[in-house]
Write a protein that binds this ligand. Sequence first.
Ligand SMILES: [Zn+2]
Length: 178
Amino acid sequence: MRNKGKDISSDYPNLKQLISDMFETMYAAKGVGLAAPQIGLNINLFIVDASPFAEDDDTMSDAEREKLSAFKKVFINARIEREEGDEWKFNEGCLSIPGIREDVMRKPIITISYMDENFVPHTETFDGIAARIIQHEYDHTQGILFVDKISSFRKKMIAKKLKDIENGLITPKYKFKL
Ligand SMILES: [Zn+2]
């Protein structure tokens, strides 16, 4: 999980099957995003489907809810080109780090270029929770975990648990959010 994901080409073996298996794994774990390095593949690929978020959270605006309910995408060979705005706090969890949720500061608006599952290139701008999910998953393809972005005080508070996870003493059950 600490390795950088390599870019792939359209002839990557069994790509369609891999993507469909990843969606299945993510849904079974009640996640809204999953990156290939989380399942042991060091390639630059992640998926998102934020529709469960839209159903769950009654604090968000109707506009955000509508946006998220349609936010299902495959990101291949992604690059975040720009991050803008004043950092905001959001409580993140991770399928690979069970039992830990922490507030993470990130910028609210991102522009990302990527290929979709048919290797059609896109450059798009996202904001709000959609941007947040992408930032979290994109970090996985860079070998970065959300706990790398929290305060050193909070890091100390959860240090033992993180060490246990890294040493394989705690196995992710894939029941957390991103
Ligand atoms: Zn994660």
